[in-house]
Design a protein. Structure first.
Length: 248
């Protein structure tokens, strides 16, 4: 069963043992985009200008500005003062450590932000779209068992199964923080709609939990969290303006 998203509570509180996932539509007014761009670091603004289209630039500005706003709300800091940095393999984190852990992903105008205390998390989101070469891609990146599962899916469900598998594998890699150094076929995830989310990473001594956190039928999304199953709460925001007003 996928995570149920609700309206956020009047008072935000992130407790140890909980994971919160915020689903935010990246649609934003020009005024909101300008405000979000203003909280970015100089390096982030430079990166935004390197995108080839205005649509991609706006998605990056909205996605990163919302991240800073949410983290600022959690840390009681202005969004521009949130000390973001990247690990050796590109995973974003709070400079200087601390207990707050987070991860983000966006696709097709939608973003997911996962937050936890003392618990590494990884989240991945993909809009389900036509993928005529999904089986050939699976042959390159999926384990042999995942390839068999994908071929067993009814043709009308095969693309959804492909993206389910892809997001679950990416979420695990992002949680571990190994980037592309961990081969996608070195571990197995479930992908058929009749099966619960499962992760088999036998070479990893750390225990991980896998959750379906899709924000809608046209998306596949997965969350991987460190340790045994914990409580996951989903909060829905209509657009970037709603989210920044809540956390700002």
């Amino acid at each position: 069963m996928s995570l149920s998203y609700r309206q956020p509570p009047n008072r935000w509180e992130l407790r140890p043992g909980e994971i919160h996932v915020c689903a935010v539509a990246l649609a934003a007014s020009p005024v909101c985009i300008a405000k979000l761009e203003g909280v970015l670091s100089p390096e982030e603004r430079q990166r935004a200008r390197r995108f080839r289209t205005a649509e991609l630039t706006q998605a990056f500005v909205a996605g990163r500005g919302i991240l800073r706003t949410i983290l600022g709300g959690c840390l009681h800091l202005p969004p521009s003062d949130v000390p973001l940095e990247y690990g050796e393999r590109g995973k974003p984190r709070i400079r200087g450590g601390g207990r707050l852990r987070f991860n983000l992903s966006h696709s097709g105008g939608q973003a997911l932000y996962a937050l936890a205390v003392d618990c590494e998390v990884g989240v991945d989101l993909e809009r389900i779209r036509p993928m005529p070469d999904c089986e050939s891609i699976a042959e390159r990146f999926f384990s042999a068992a995942e390839q068999r599962d994908l071929r067993s899916a009814p043709p009308r469900q095969r693309e959804a199964a492909f993206f389910t598998c892809w997001t679950r594998k990416e979420a695990y890699i992002k949680a571990v923080g190994d980037g592309l150094s961990l081969p996608l076929d070195s571990f197995r995830v479930s992908l058929l709609p009749s099966e619960p989310p499962t992760l088999d990473a036998r070479g990893d001594s750390q225990e991980w939990s896998l959750f379906d956190v899709s924000p809608g039928q046209s998306y596949a999304a997965a969350l991987v969290a460190e340790g045994p199953r914990t409580e996951v709460r989903g909060w829905a925001f209509g657009d970037a303006g709603d989210c920044t007003a809540y956390f700002g």
